[in-house]
Design a protein around this ligand. Sequence first.
Ligand SMILES: [Zn+2]
Length: 127
Amino acid sequence: MKVLTLNFLTCAVKTCKASSDSFPLHPKDAELVHDDLEINPQLLVNVLPRLDWTALRTTSTELGFPELPEQPPSAETLEADEAMLKELHNLLVETQMMEGKLVCGHCGHEYAVREGIANFLLPSHLV
Ligand SMILES: [Zn+2]
């Protein structure tokens, strides 16, 4: 799954819904794969306002990427800043997490990721 997707995933455990610690999920033992894809500046400009930037900064650092600026770049800045455009394209679009786990910071539940797909089925005692 793309790093972009991690920005939209939260823990499925009921008691975690209300906790801010359940988002973002924390990658663990992550195996990343890089796909070379053509850069689409408009896609990034469109997706940026939908992202939780603070969560993305956390995910980015946890995956070993360079630290992102504290504030998201504006559309104008992004269109003019090729280095930032490339960095976000690399992080959000080209990087896939293929194997590993996603860990909830609230309940500690670990969701397995295999072949790029996260398993969000919960054991019955947690549903
Ligand atoms: Zn949880």
